[in-house]
Write a new protein. Structure first.
Length: 153
């Protein structure tokens, strides 16, 4: 009987360590969730330029807008076209320039379509909704600014 008691003396220590580890993991996850509770995970990190305007929109609006934009665009074959040009012998720089020009033009068309969809959404907002959007945009910009200043320190 004494042997059995001695064998399981380490069990409470292991269970205590396991409990402490589990609590540490739960605390870390809870802290991360609390810290990021106001951020929108679907938004791109470090948005630049016009992307911050989209990031400030509510997730549902952004998702619908992206779906509409994707539905109206042709499939992207830019990489396949350039790969074909790169593998040609002899290499044709003019063909590569044409592919790059087509990529640029398609990008401008996508950007124009996104700008038009964004503007149409903003025009349709009520004055209160526009103010709410402006507040959200300002908060995003302030957070971006504070992150930039912390990186420089």
């Amino acid at each position: 009987m004494a042997d059995i008691k001695r064998k399981f003396r380490w069990m409470p220590v292991v269970l205590g360590l396991s409990l402490a580890l589990n609590l540490a993991v739960v605390a870390a996850l809870s802290g991360a969730m609390w810290r990021h509770k106001d951020t929108d995970r679907a938004a791109p990190r470090g948005a630049r330029g016009g992307a911050v305007y989209m990031q400030a929109l509510p997730r549902e609006v952004r998702r619908d807008m992206y779906r509409q934009l994707r539905a109206g665009l042709l499939p992207n074959r830019d990489t396949a076209d350039l790969l074909g040009v790169l593998r040609q012998e002899p290499f044709d720089p003019a063909a590569a320039a044409r592919v790059l020009d087509a990529q640029r033009d398609a990008g401008v068309l996508r950007q124009d379509a996104a700008s038009a969809a964004f503007l149409a959404h903003i025009i349709a907002l009520s004055a209160d909704a526009r103010r709410t959007y402006a507040d959200r945009l300002q908060n995003l910009e302030e957070r971006r600014g504070s992150r930039k200043s912390r990186r420089k320190e």
